[in-house]
Design a protein around this ligand. Structure first.
Ligand code: MSK
Length: 661
């Protein structure tokens, strides 16, 4: 990895950072330099769950000797801290999912008029999984039943989440055996907070098992519910062309950025921005039109479904404003730096907070209400048009942008391997068995100003595909790849190993598949389950030649995601310092003990080269255990012929029309 990168590996971002330094504008990059992490809290050795402390469990022999005022040892403290991170991450994804469930219910009952069921085929697929009758019933009745079932998953006190049964049977059996099958999402979060409060659960292994139970409620509950409802309401993604980086902003158009995580208002803004009256309004203010752009995961939602360009991930938010071209940035929830309100004062940009749950001092607040979604979206777009006139010439105008292909849902990946009538995961499994594809890596998670931002994502992305590893990416990992120009089929020709290149060329896909926002990591869970069901590899998620990597993570949500992958049977590698690094015992449990029980694990490794080596080692060992052909670049075993685009179209011409994809 290039050790000379300064603050960001994204050249356009680096230019803006330098411009900002010249103009004495501070960003997260300077703050990260000035504000070093507390070495005690960073490794999980600080306990502040009561007011006898905070207790700092430090010293040479802290693991054996140190304890808090109450007597809590380091392992208890580190485990408690991690479980609280998981609970917070689960709460964030799942509260988003709850809102989506209520929006689906309101759309189905006609309580809100601006949203309808867009993807009936997906609705039926979900209804079938939930055991809801759908044949011959009105679509809205089915949608209402689906919404109500999902809502049960939040407050259920006993039993299990509905979606656990989507996992392979063997994976489910492990969860039952170790008592980590989640009951209700809220219940697990609540119990996590209880158990980690002063004087309750002190056994690190026992605490961490509940951490996994909570994390599973996130993955197979909150995240999966959010993904599926978003698909039902706004459409299941399929490949779409777009652009990424700061060059997406237009000098002569109104630039409106949607930032955060929730898709509902953003969808409505996308809709409203093409209304003739609104375009005429923009023109009346001197602009040639309205240009929408995205940031973070709201960006991923509208990129995947509408090809709305993205300005990038988490660390790009202040920099976007510093282009001087953003007229309005609307923000909803999660991963929004309050610093954007401060930096916007130096420019003409208006920050508009829209969630009833999230305000920022100094920002304008226009509260989203799904009953008036279109009206509110129009109001926001008009604010952007009005503010266009206030645009000044200052700013670091950047023209860099890259083409992107995004929109790889589970359903599309299945379809691309055989068309509508023979959709399956067989070709992917066969390509892995033959050694054409060495394995699969989920490259996900945040970008982080504490490392050369996006740099580790880029390094791992290029090295992994060079090693014939197919990448599925989500969240800001996708933005990191997109703003580097990596999300195109051409990337395979230039950088992929011979086997992966052949597969990508045959199907016409990039070697890095953009699967969506951070909640859409659930798509990776269902893909792994489908691969297990298809046969020829592992019959559970554990044991697959696959690894999850979040090289630049920073969010508690990322910890919840990492843990639900580990509990589902995936070895997970996180970058940076370990938040439990102070405790050898907790580290041992999360690597060795979890591996024995779930065939998954969670490692923290700051060195990118070691991350790569560890990922390839896990993949090769899984291949060996499955008795697959030893991976050798350029030497493949026999496999089924992949269906190319022409063959797929031919098959479809012969087939009768069908709903959806
Ligand atoms: S936005 S959680 S910085 S991926 Fe989903 Fe990006 Fe991480 Fe937030």
């Amino acid at each position: 990895m290039d050790k000379h990168i300064m603050k960001s590996a994204n050249e356009a971002a680096e230019k803006i950072i330098e411009w900002g330094e010249e103009h004495k504008l501070e960003t997260c990059f300077e703050r990260a330099e000035k504000l070093k992490p507390c070495p005690i809290g960073e490794t999980g050795a600080c306990c502040k769950v009561c007011h006898m402390g905070p207790c700092r469990l430090v010293g040479k022999n802290a693991e054996e000797e140190a304890m808090g005022v109450c007597g809590a040892p380091l392992s208890t403290v580190a485990a408690r801290n991690l479980v609280r991170m998981i609970a917070a991450g689960t709460a964030a994804h799942s509260d988003h999912a709850r809102d989506m469930a209520f929006t689906l219910l309101a759309a189905a009952t006609g309580e809100v008029k601006d949203f309808q069921i867009t993807d009936v085929r997906k609705l039926y697929r979900v209804a079938e999984i939930l055991g809801i009758e759908f044949e011959g019933r009105p679509v809205n009745d089915v949608a209402k039943d689906v919404a109500l079932k999902f809502i049960e998953d939040f407050g259920r006190q006993k039993g299990e989440l509905y979606y656990l049964k989507r996992a392979p049977k063997k994976t489910q059996e492990r969860w039952v055996k170790w008592g980590v099958a989640p009951r209700g999402i809220d219940r697990e979060v609540c119990e996590a907070m209880h158990r980690t409060s002063v004087g309750v659960d002190h056994d690190p292994d026992h605490l961490l098992l509940h951490g996994l139970r909570t994390a599973l409620a996130d993955g197979w509950g909150g995240c999966m519910i959010a993904t599926d409802i978003t698909d039902i309401l706004f459409g299941t993604p399929r490949p779409v062309k777009a652009e990424a980086s700061f060059g997406i902003f237009k000098e002569d158009e109104v630039n409106l950025v949607v930032h955060g995580h929730e898709p509902s208002l953003a969808e409505m803004i996308v809709d409203v921005a093409s209304e003739p009256e609104i375009i005429a309004y923009a023109k009346s203010k001197g602009a040639k039109g309205i240009n929408l752009g995205g940031m973070c995961c709201t960006a991923n939602e509208v990129l995947m479904r509408h090809g709305i360009p993205t300005a990038g991930g988490f660390t790009n938010q202040e920099l976007g404003i510093m282009t001087g071209l953003v007229d309005v940035m609307t923000v909803d929830v999660q991963c929004i730096m309050p610093a954007i309100a401060e930096i916007s004062k130096k420019f003409h940009t208006k920050i508009i907070t829209t969630s009833e749950k999230a305000k920022i001092p100094g920002a304008m607040h226009i509260e989203y209400d799904e009953h008036r979604a279109r009206e509110i979206a129009r109001e926001i777009v008009k604010h952007a048009c009005d503010n266009y006139q206030n645009r000044k010439t200052e700013g670091s105008h950047i023209t860099d942008k890259f083409p992107v292909v995004a929109g790889f849902s589970h359903e599309y990946i299945e379809y691309m391997q055989g068309g509508r009538w023979r959709a399956s995961f067989r070709p992917l499994n066969d390509a892995i068995m033959a050694g054409r594809i060495r394995g699969v890596v989920g490259l996900a998670g945040c970008d982080n100003p504490r490392v050369p931002s996006t740099g580790i994502h880029r390094y791992l992305a290029t090295e992994l595909i060079k090693n014939d590893v197919l990448i599925v990416s989500t969240g800001c990992g996708s933005a990191a790849c997109g703003t580097a120009g990596y999300l195109t089929p051409e990337m395979a020709l230039e950088h992929a190993g011979p086997g992966l290149r052949e597969v990508c060329e045959a199907i016409g896909i990039p070697p890095i598949l953009h699967l969506g926002a951070c909640v859409d990591n659930s798509r990776i869970l269902t893909i792994l389950s489908a691969m297990a069901e298809e046969g020829g590899l592992s019959d559970e998620i554990g044991g697959m030649p696959g690894v999850g990597i979040a090289p630049e993570w920073m969010s508690e949500k990322a910890v919840a995601i990492g843990c639900y992958f580990a509990a589902s049977g995936v070895p997970v590698i996180f970058g940076g310092e370990s938040p439990v690094g102070a405790s050898h015992e907790v580290t041992r449990i999360m690597t060795e003990v979890w591996w024995e029980r779930f065939k998954g694990s969670m490692h923290f490794e700051p060195d990118p080269e070691k991350m790569l080596a560890m990922a390839l080692d896990y993949i090769d060992k899984a291949r060996e255990a499955l008795k697959l052909k030893k991976y050798e670049p350029g030497k493949f075993g026999a496999e089924r012929v992949l269906m190319d685009m022409a063959a797929r179209r031919e098959l479809e011409r012969a087939a009768k029309p069908h709903i959806g994809l």
